[in-house]
Design a protein around this ligand. Structure first.
Ligand SMILES: Nc1ncnc2c1ncn2[C@@H]1O[C@H](COP(=O)(O)OP(=O)(O)OP(=O)(O)O)[C@@H](O)[C@H]1O
Length: 264
């Protein structure tokens, strides 16, 4: 169960690029403030290049922010920590390792007993429904199955917070919908906080309690929306609820003119 609030407090992030004499500064984020309750599910939506991945990496502590502060559980974060885990769009599995080996991987620096590591990994492999595949290698799995491994690997360190960067972006439409339902099941079971980046307005509404919409560059949050549906949301029929279509339209109106890369 997650206990730590995420506070993103007037955060700015600039990148310096190019050769030394021709340094250019890219302002990726400006004045971004957002509070995420422990155990919350918040999606970040916005046009390509508005800084969604940058913000996720900043929350993870993978890259430093240039202005403001990010606090997790009241403490300013500067480095990656085991209270946060990242799930990538392209899975990033180790191809030479089995499913079990991949999920054990992040435990190797902290747990010396192989049996203990495997017991933990098996629990999460079971949770994502891959028990029968734990001796398989990534190339023997479908995209959806590979992302299940990615999710199990992230869960294995028992983080408070899952940072998910377009995790279903590489999957076909049908697998994507199945994975959305699966993710909600796992979220409800584990009580983790989820920060979820997506290009899909429908996906954001279906999954989230709250949606932060970014405008482009430098990326800043232009609006936040509460999603009015109770959980569990296993019924895909909510997509036909008039409140779903109203919210979808409202978000689209906001994005119009600012976006060029949305999938629905
Ligand atoms: N390492 C980097 N060095 C320089 N500029 C960067 C770096 N990473 C990102 N940027 C720039 O920062 C801005 C925000 O990028 P970011 O990847 O965070 O956007 P995004 O909203 O996640 O985009 P997309 O939806 O296309 O994945 C972009 O202009 C990008 O070119």
């Amino acid at each position: 169960m997650s206990t730590q609030k995420i506070e993103i407090d007037t955060v700015g992030k600039s990148y310096e690029t190019g050769p030394r004499k021709k340094r250019k500064v890219v302002h990726a984020l400006k004045d971004v403030s957002l509070t995420i309750a422990p155990g919350g599910f918040v999606s970040l939506l916005g046009p390509s290049g508005c800084g969604k991945t940058t913000l996720l990496k900043c929350i993870d502590g993978l890259i430093p922010i240039t202005e403001g502060e990010i606090r997790v559980g009241g403490k300013a974060i500067a480095d990656p920590g085991r209270d946060r885990a990242f799930v990538f769009q392209d899975f990033r599995l180790l191809p030479w390792r089995t499913v079990l080996g991949n999920v054990c991987f992040p435990l190797e620096t902290t747990i010396s007993s192989k049996a203990e590591r495997e017991a933990i990994a098996k629990k999460y492999i079971d949770m994502v429904g891959l028990t029968a595949f734990e001796r398989h290698h990534p190339h023997e799995l479908s995209g959806g199955m590979q992302q299940r491994v990615g999710i199990a690997r992230a869960l294995a360190v028992d983080p408070d917070i899952l940072l998910m960067d377009e995790p279903f972006g590489a999957l076909d439409a049908q697998t994507r919908e199945l994975m959305q339902v699966e993710l909600l099941r796992i979220w409800e079971l584990t009580g983790k906080t989820v920060v979820f980046v997506t290009h899909s307005v429908d996906e954001a509404i279906f999954l989230s309690q709250r949606i932060a919409v970014f405008s482009s560059r430098p990326g800043t949050i232009s609006a936040e929306f509460d999603v009015p549906f109770a959980y569990p949301r296993t019924d895909l029929g909510i997509r036909r609820d008039p409140r779903f279509t109203d919210l979808r339209q409202e978000i689209w109106r906001l994005l119009k003119g600012d976006q060029n890369s949305f999938s629905d």
